[in-house]
Design a protein around this ligand. Structure first.
Ligand SMILES: Nc1ncnc2c1ncn2[C@@H]1O[C@H](COP(=O)(O)OP(=O)(O)OP(=O)(O)O)[C@@H](O)[C@H]1O
Length: 267
């Protein structure tokens, strides 16, 4: 439509921003089998219950509608904070964007393969930190030579003392393991990187390095999603925030505006 008003000021022409992720009316429902007493009410004919094999028909299926019709578009250069109460559907949404769980309804279009980096990301606990760096790098598409070239930087970024690198990862604290995972993932340039709570685990130095890395990824026109219950990392790195509550997108907008409303909501 043409603006015919004589006082209309022509806006400067901006190059169109390129979408990297389009989430279109996505619904995700988990089907869970309840194993509580009620669910096993028909299961009382003999046996001591706990270890007894139950046929699926005897278990009560329940449905958790974790994401209920969320839509938004992310663009290159966006760093998007994702906030919301516990259990509101943030991780479920990111897992679906990463292609780890299917949407029951709606569609997700993503450029490249979005990488989800979570505190629970796969790591082989019986292998040493060193082996995990190499395997993790290979899994992210680096060549062996590339991983070896970046190895020292990855370890330095993680802030782990080198002696730990020879030990199996099961001997690491959860914070140490999360730092190493972030360091591995941050060594690759991602078009779409999603970080779920990983920044909350490190000390101040690690948090600074992580925030800096997120800014760099964003400057290189990647898209970063950052789920966090701690708001300062979002304030420091993001240009936009999605607020998810009870599976619905409650707000999508500039950082200050959304965080102000969210803080008011959470008290
Ligand atoms: N694997 C699963 N099976 C069944 N229900 C699940 C599963 N994962 C999550 N849920 C349920 O889906 C809903 C959303 O969970 P989700 O983990 O996405 O929330 P969240 O916003 O990331 O929470 P938090 O901030 O506590 O990490 C919750 O009700 C949760 O109980």
């Amino acid at each position: 439509m043409t603006d015919t008003r004589s006082d209309a000021v022509p806006s400067p022409v901006q190059p169109p921003r390129k979408p990297t992720v389009i989430v279109d009316d996505v619904h995700i429902t988990y089907k869970v089998y309840a194993t509580g007493r009620k669910a096993n009410a028909g299961d009382s004919a003999g046996g001591h219950g706990l270890l007894k094999r139950r046929s699926p028909s005897m278990r009560r299926a329940e449905y958790v509608h974790a994401v209920r019709g969320i839509s938004f578009t992310a663009y290159e250069g966006d760093a998007i904070g994702v906030v919301g109460s516990n259990g509101s559907g943030k991780s479920t949404l990111l897992k679906a964007i990463a292609g780890l769980i299917p949407a029951n309804q709606g569609a997700i279009y993503a450029e490249d393969n979005p990488t989800l980096l979570g505190v629970n990301a796969a790591i082989i606990n019986d292998l040493s930190g060193e082996r995990n760096v190499i395997l993790g790098g290979l899994a992210l598409g680096m060549s062996r030579e590339e991983v070896l070239r970046k190895y020292d930087d990855i370890v330095a970024f993680s802030g782990l003392k080198p002696r730990f690198l020879d030990l199996p990862m099961r001997t690491y604290s959860s914070g140490m393991a999360a730092r190493l995972r972030f360091a591995i993932a941050a060594s690759v340039e991602h078009r779409v990187l999603m970080v779920d709570e990983a920044l909350a685990v490190g000390d101040k130095g690690f948090q600074k390095r992580s925030e800096q890395r997120i800014r760099e990824l964003r400057e290189k026109a990647g898209t970063v999603f950052l789920v966090s219950h701690s708001l300062p990392p979002i304030q420091k790195t993001c240009n936009r925030v999605l607020w998810v509550e009870e599976g619905l997108l409650r707000m999508d907008g500039p950082v200050d505006e959304v965080l102000e409303a969210y803080t008011e909501f959470t008290g």
